[in-house]
Design a protein. Structure first.
Length: 255
């Protein structure tokens, strides 16, 4: 794919995103309905309010309360730590049950992007509600890397060509045999989560080393990964690794 084609694809994505966001004024609050959907297939909404110091963006407690109503409570130290890690990774604050970020007009787009990514990531934790799974997928991936002496740095943020900040779970440094490998774990490989990975890497790769590669580690413990997911990742030169086939990649990751 040529540089021109990549540029056009990014523009198409940005145009689609702009056209699909629906604003609505509710008193002194602006409600933004986005094209991203949660596990109920409902469109995610964020709310923007002017403050003395700029702008406040919030999900109005929707994400946390929806999980709690579905049986996913943050009542253990591990779950609280996972929630904290997601919030810190995207620079989002938790006030009561509300996810919030403060912004200025000049960084509003980035802050909105961060809040939406945090909402999607936290919404994805629903698969942890009993009895679906007993451990966090990202933690399982980390244990796998440690078990096989695979060198890595975790929770890395890259600033893409657009100026947006993108979070990745693990980075394996380059070696004589292999280039830099950037990993993101996708616990629930939905279209939303895969699209977010594609956008993040397509933007971040432009400021990484020329031969850096991206890897999506996909959880297929509860359901098979669709061919469309694999095709979409391959189209953007992101290598999909199904968790059930992880042992086949040990040598490549450890090199």
């Amino acid at each position: 794919m040529s540089a021109l084609d990549c540029y056009q694809l990014v523009n198409l994505y940005a145009t689609w995103l702009k056209e699909k966001i629906k604003p609505r004024a509710i008193g002194d609050v602006c409600e933004l309905t986005t094209p991203f959907v949660d596990r109920h297939n409902d469109y995610l909404q964020i709310y923007v309010k002017a403050t003395p110091s700029g702008l406040l963006l919030t999900d109005d407690s929707y994400t946390i309360r929806d999980l709690e109503m579905s049986g996913m409570e943050f009542n253990t130290e591990r779950r609280k730590n996972e929630l904290k890690a997601i919030l810190n990774g995207f620079g989002v604050n938790l006030r009561g049950d509300s996810l919030e970020v403060e912004a200025r007009p000049d960084n509003f787009a980035q802050k909105k992007h961060n809040l939406l990514q945090a909402m999607l990531a936290i919404n994805d934790l629903f698969v942890l509600a009993p009895p679906k799974v007993s451990s966090f997928f990202k933690e399982d991936v980390e244990k796998f890397l440690l078990l096989h002496d695979i060198r890595f740095t975790k929770d890395i943020n890259f600033i893409g060509k657009s100026g947006f900040n993108h979070h990745f779970d693990f980075v394996i440094p380059p070696s004589k045999k292999e280039p830099e490998r950037v990993l993101r774990t996708i616990n629930n490989p939905t279209k939303n989560n895969v699209s977010a990975m594609i956008f993040s890497w397509d933007d971040a790769r432009k400021v990484r080393s020329e031969n850096a590669v991206a890897i999506a580690v996909l959880n297929d413990q509860d359901k098979e990964i669709s061919p469309d997911t694999v095709h979409a990742l391959n189209a953007y030169e992101i290598e999909p690794i199904a968790w059930s086939k992880r042992d086949k990649y040990i040598d490549k990751l450890a090199a």
